[in-house]
Design a protein around this ligand. Structure first.
Ligand SMILES: [Fe+2]
Length: 213
């Protein structure tokens, strides 16, 4: 009897260490510090987490690294599709000791803009808590602990690490156990702005925000 086993509904997680991350961080850290001094945290952040959305003068090498990951994703999964656009938005999170980020996904992007890929760059990540990934099956305790893949996968970050995954993937960040701040730059990448899907997503968001219309 011939038996085939296929992995279905798999979710790709890209992990890399950014080249020359020490140099990049040397330029980013003073800009992040200035940003924090000049701005209160944005709303919708979590307890003990400062969040800001400013474009940094030293962003170029980081954006190039994100682009490399996106191109790899495109060549792995979407060779037959032509991107209509590739637009990256990013924001900064600074978590003090005990600061965490609750389970969430990025599927609706920022401002209702459709997004396909999301991720995080760890400016300062070593010893500051893991990122944990889950599915809805995990969230609703539908997986017997005896089944394969019943445990939520997690990743222990280091400084300079960059992770990228589909925007729909649920994830949370553990409370920071360290005296060091966890400093991350999170990002969303839209690959198909202007597509029918993007328009539909944005329109649905507007409809949700204004139920009478
Ligand atoms: Fe996130």
């Amino acid at each position: 009897m011939d038996i085939k086993v296929s992995s279905i509904l798999t979710i790709p997680l890209y992990i890399s260490r950014v080249d020359n991350f020490e140099e990049i961080n040397k330029a980013l850290l003073p800009e992040i510090k200035k940003h924090r001094e000049e701005n209160k945290s944005l709303p919708m952040s979590n307890d003990k987490c400062w969040r800001g959305m400013r474009q940094y003068n030293s962003e170029k090498p980081l954006l190039e690294s994100i682009d490399i990951l996106c191109s790899r994703f495109h060549s792995d999964f979407m060779k037959d599709k032509k991107e209509t656009d590739r637009r990256t938005v990013y924001w900064t999170n600074v978590n003090e000791k005990g600061g965490r980020n609750m389970f969430h996904h990025h599927a609706m992007g920022t401002n209702g803009q459709s997004t396909e890929l999301s991720g995080v760059y760890y400016v300062q990540g070593k010893g500051t808590g893991k990122i944990i990934f889950r599915t809805h099956y995990h969230m609703e305790n539908q997986i017997s602990p005896y089944m394969p893949y019943s445990m939520s996968p997690s990743y222990e970050p280091n400084d300079g690490d960059i992770l990228m995954f589909p925007s729909y993937l649920l994830h949370e960040i553990e409370p920071n156990p360290s005296e060091e701040q966890r400093i991350t730059i999170a990002f969303n990448v839209s690959l198909f702005l202007g597509s029918e899907w993007a328009k539909k997503t944005i329109m649905n968001k507007v409809k949700d925000d204004n139920p009478k219309s």
